[in-house]
Design a protein around this ligand. Structure first.
Ligand code: ADE
Length: 250
């Protein structure tokens, strides 16, 4: 998957290209990041990329021309690219939206700085606005990185086994079940309880059942809003009841 990153700070994307899952995906050519800095397209000697908002008010906006030329330069590399603008005013990102976006071969991700961009540029150049949550961060770059990371994980062959993507939080709309690793006993964490014996039993069917039950219970307790979207089948209803009974006994 190809990403045209339109940003005044291309260096920050090193965090994607140099580390971890996304870094390996770059090395293996599964994803490709190309950079288009609006400052390189500014026409004056100072390379100005911002200007005052009409009507006054605090802060500056990004100028249209350098931004438009940077987007168009990205379009010249991949003509059919969708243009995504990262903004708290956008559609909220979730796993479903990620799956839809992962179907595209190319995306141009536009990161804003300052107080944002001219509305006309959004209307004419941008296909989709995406928000990573109901809070404001200082620019679109971190949001674009969240998007690239989430998409990369969905591409075939990126995460070790297909299964671990599927097991991850939010797959099937449930939160992840609790996990434990060695040692089986940690004296200082006695209050947190023991490793659930079923996990040490080697009985894979029972382990899968326990994990499913915990995922349902945790989602019910922490994110009941997710369960309303989730169609519990009879087996899951029973698992959740069991979870709640066990909880009330403890
Ligand atoms: N830019 C600033 N805040 C943002 C957010 N919440 N999502 C996407 N882009 C942003």
């Amino acid at each position: 998957m190809w990403f045209g990153m339109v940003s005044l700070f291309p260096e920050v994307f090193k965090a994607l290209s140099d580390y971890g899952v996304t870094g390996r995906a770059v090395d293996r050519g599964v994803i490709e990041l190309d950079y288009f800095n609006p400052r390189d397209f500014a026409l004056d000697e100072q390379h100005t990329v911002d200007d005052k908002p009409y009507g006054g008010g605090p802060g500056m906006l990004m100028k249209v021309q350098p931004m438009r030329d940077a987007i168009n330069a990205a379009r010249q590399v991949r003509e059919l690219s969708r243009v995504v603008y990262l903004s708290p005013c956008g559609q909220r990102l979730d796993q479903e939206e990620l799956k839809k976006l992962a179907e595209f071969d190319d995306l141009i991700l536009v990161s804003g700085r300052y107080e944002g961009v001219d509305e006309r540029l959004l209307k004419q150049e941008v296909d989709l606005e995406v928000s990573i949550g109901d809070y404001v961060i200082s620019g679109g770059e971190l949001a674009a990185m969240v998007l690239v990371d989430g998409l990369t994980r969905l591409l075939p062959g990126v995460v070790g086994s297909e299964e671990s993507v599927e097991r991850a939080s939010f797959f099937h709309g449930l939160l992840d079940y609790p996990q434990y690793t060695r040692p089986a006993e940690i004296k200082e964490y006695a209050e947190a309880g023991d490793v659930p014996p079923v996990l040490l039993s080697g009985n894979h069917l029972e382990i899968a059942r326990w994990r499913h039950k915990q995922a349902l219970g945790k989602t019910y307790e922490r994110r009941p809003d997710l369960l309303t979207k989730y169609d519990l089948d009879e087996k899951e209803k029973k698992l959740l009841e069991e979870y709640l009974e066990e909880r009330s006994l403890n």
